[in-house]
Design a protein around this ligand. Structure first.
Ligand SMILES: [Zn+2]
Length: 264
């Protein structure tokens, strides 16, 4: 199994990061860690170098950090990403987040940054990892994200933490991949998305350290408990149950999908 989306650079792993990764190595085939802020570049790259063939990196600026990264920081970051192209497997997570970012002016800046990241992925011939979170009052964030991806004709796309049934057919028609995490364990909407998505389009993720779950499958707050990349097993088990398939088949297919998608 492969955790296609987690954040190993987060401070929740500072005390025992190597033990956590060793534990992952005993249970998983690989992890893709998503570097979401320029300040995390060095630590992320250190992990890639320390665990060759096991820890892989996706690089971008998370849309929620739009107010916290200066133009100069972004330019330096893009330069260093280009220089390290051989050690990076994707550009992301990138996209829109209208849940946390409310002002039109900043949402516009998110879209501008998103387009820059699309162009960067195109230039470096890397796939894109998409984060898109709607504000409570509308579905505009996802609509904007999909429309921009279509406009730029992007075909290698991972819809991370995807949750919209309404746009599912459009996403699938575009040939994009969907990744699901522990939110699936209690969500009827996500259950239907998994049911309606061909196995060839699904990948496993955790978004760890976020989204740890308790025994009933309820999501815990990050300050209560950190999640681990090994939780992809729970996600795979649930997919197997929903699709009435053996776990081994879900394991094999989602692992192959991830290997193909990230070219690892
Ligand atoms: Zn993430």
């Amino acid at each position: 199994m492969i955790d296609t989306h987690c954040h190993l650079e987060q401070p929740n792993y500072d005390n025992d990061r190597d033990e956590v990764i060793e534990q992952c190595k005993r249970n998983l085939d690989a992890v893709i860690t998503s570097c979401a802020h320029p300040k995390d570049f060095d630590l992320t790259m250190k992990l890639v170098k320390d665990y060759p063939g096991f820890v892989f990196a996706a690089m971008s600026i998370h849309p929620v950090y739009i107010k916290r990264v200066s133009e100069q920081e972004k330019e330096d970051y893009v330069k260093i990403i280009k220089k390290n192209r051989g050690r990076i497997v994707a550009i992301g997570e990138t996209g829109t987040d209208y849940w946390w970012i409310k002002e039109n002016e900043w949402r516009e800046k998110q879209r501008k940054l998103f387009i820059e990241m699309i162009n960067l992925a195109d230039e470096l011939n890397l796939p894109l990892v998409i984060h898109s979170r709607n504000a409570p009052e509308s579905t505009k964030a996802l609509e904007d994200t999909i429309t921009i991806l279509e406009k730029y004709d992007v075909d290698r796309v991972q819809m991370h933490m995807y949750s919209s049934r309404r746009q599912l057919q459009r996403v699938l028609n575009n040939g994009w991949m969907i990744s699901v995490n522990t939110l699936l364990l209690r969500s009827k909407g996500l259950t239907k998305i998994v049911r309606d998505t061909p196995l060839e389009r699904l990948m496993l993720e955790t978004d760890a350290p976020w989204l740890a779950i308790d025994e009933e499958g309820a999501i815990k707050k990050l300050d209560e408990e950190r999640n681990m990349p090994t939780a992809v097993k729970l996600v795979a088990q649930k997919i197997a149950k929903i699709k009435k398939l053996p776990l081994e088949q879900v394991d094999k297919a989602t692992t192959e999908n991830a290997k193909r998608f990230f070219n690892i």
